[in-house]
Design a protein around this ligand. Structure first.
Ligand code: HEM
Length: 151
């Protein structure tokens, strides 16, 4: 019971951290686009977003398929679980371009060279869309946990 509780609490805390981090990263990208921000802020928020996404995946995976909640069969037959996973995959797809760009930033900063900020406006928009998708995941998750089905 204690493990179930811990996994559920960590999952929710990771959601809170991730939502804050991806919004903060979006704002940091926007500030850079406006010429008033710092790359360091983007990178710190990005680290936190990455950590929380990994925690969500591990704790969510254990809860769905590790026998800590209602069992694999329940989730695989729950339409809102599939919606939730589709939203998660959309987030991962939106994450590819900023992730690649930020890896290049880290390498450039490590070498003391300039970073490529051409796409920061687009990445700000991606981050804010990702935050919206995270909120939609919460709506799907709460229905999924309560066995909501359609028809
Ligand atoms: C951004 C990512 C995610 C968010 C925002 C999120 C959000 C949530 C929330 C709010 C709940 C609590 C629902 C409730 O008890 O009312 C929950 C539960 C759960 N989530 Fe996630 N989650 C995410 C990622 C994942 C992933 C990747 C998986 C699976 C691989 C997953 C599997 C689960 C499971 C199995 C539960 C327990 C549902 C139950 O009580 O039956 N989650 N999630």
């Amino acid at each position: 019971m204690l493990v179930h509780w811990c996994l559920a609490a960590i999952h929710l805390l990771a959601f809170a951290l991730g939502f804050w981090a991806v919004l903060t990263r979006g704002t940091a990208f926007s500030r850079l686009a406006a010429g008033t921000g710092e790359a360091r802020r983007v990178l710190v928020a990005d680290n936190l977003w990455g950590i929380s996404a990994a925690i969500l995946l591990v704790t969510g995976g254990l809860r769905a398929f590790g026998g800590y909640e209602k069992g694999t069969d329940y989730y695989l037959h729950q339409p809102l679980f599939h919606l939730k996973m589709t939203l998660f995959i959309l987030i991962l797809l939106l994450e590819v371009a900023p992730m690649v760009a930020l890896i290049k930033w880290r390498i450039a900063l490590g070498r003391g060279s300039a970073i490529d900020t051409r796409h920061v406006k687009l990445f700000a928009r991606f981050s804010h869309v990702e935050a919206l998708l995270v909120l939609l995941m919460v709506i799907a998750a709460t229905g999924m946990a309560r066995g909501v089905t359609f028809g």
